[in-house]
Design a protein around this ligand. Sequence first.
Ligand code: ZN
Length: 98
Amino acid sequence: MIDMIYELVKKREKQMSKTSKPCATCGGPTTMTAEVDRFEYGFPLTVTLSCDVIVYNCEACPFSFTDQQAETAREVAVEEHLRAIAPRPDARKDQVAK
Ligand SMILES: [Zn+2]
């Protein structure tokens, strides 16, 4: 499931890199930059997760924005974090066997 999400993100990123988007505010041309987005996740133990997002910067006005790719990237970062802290089913199986 997580691997599927990764594939989806990779595919989307490839599509993204080919086309830029018009500015959501003024419709002007935008340039894309890859930035690291950091956000806090979890309660009561809060961790700071980070992910690579594509930011669209308008050339005509100061507006910059992210799109669905950023949302997906954040979801993937959360999935990754949850997988990292989850008990490993394989390790548990080994313990039972011993
Ligand atoms: Zn603009």
